[in-house]
Design a protein around this ligand. Sequence first.
Ligand code: OAD
Length: 246
Amino acid sequence: MSFRVTDKLRTLLVPSTRVVVFTGAGVSAESGIATFRGAQSLWSDFRIEDYATPQAFSADPVRVWEWYNWRRREILKTGPNRGHNAICRFERYFKDFTLITQNVDGLHDQAGNRRILKLHGDIWETRCCMCGNSVIDKAEREQPLPPLCECKGKLRPGVVWFGEFLPEIVHEQAISSSKSSELFFSVGTSAQVYPAAALPSLARQHGAYVVEVNIEKTSAADYADEVLIGKSGEVLPELLEYFAAG
Ligand code: OAD
């Protein structure tokens, strides 16, 4: 064991505990997907305002689409890692389990999770700016870019950009699950981007036992009862060893 599992956490690792796992880009780091912050991250190489705002898309939809096509290709080269797979086991083990993710890469779906609240959308979704019609597929968007809808509206990636609201119903469900959770894991997120980053403290205020899993402490640690330092692909599989047999 690279970390110590406290008695309190052990007692909570039973199927009847209401559990939320809240994930960020760090969960996909071991699949080779760049995180957003820190060394060799997306936002150290690209400016948010050029790629991840509605204004960027209005100003240069071709540049934005080329970037998303590149990110799609990077994700297609890889697959879920041990951390994703462990979170899938969590869903099967805990009777009341919610996965809330900020990730748009679809690797949780690929790992087998079924109940996923995607706070920042889905990179595999393409949505019309005019009629709102959306499709989910893994095909690269071909030239000419931006692709157009049958209604002639511009199609955009179905992700949430800076300055946009989170999908309302998904956000409400995330708040409600966090408030009613008894055990809340904040995994692989820098907990810097709001409103998502408010969920660990919300869970704590409503009585959840909050556990951060990260390679370093983040601001979520301020609200955490425990911080398990390590890679999610190592820490989460180790936690499975405490699941009751059968
Ligand atoms: P960040 O890139 O901000 O943070 C990634 C976190 O993962 C950091 O705290 C790392 O320490 C941690 N980490 C890295 N490798 C890890 C590993 N193997 N195991 C565990 N932890 C690891 O990513 P997010 O917090 O997801 O939003 O970023 C939040 C939002 O900001 C994203 O959804 C995206 C971004 O801009 C939008 O695009 C709207």
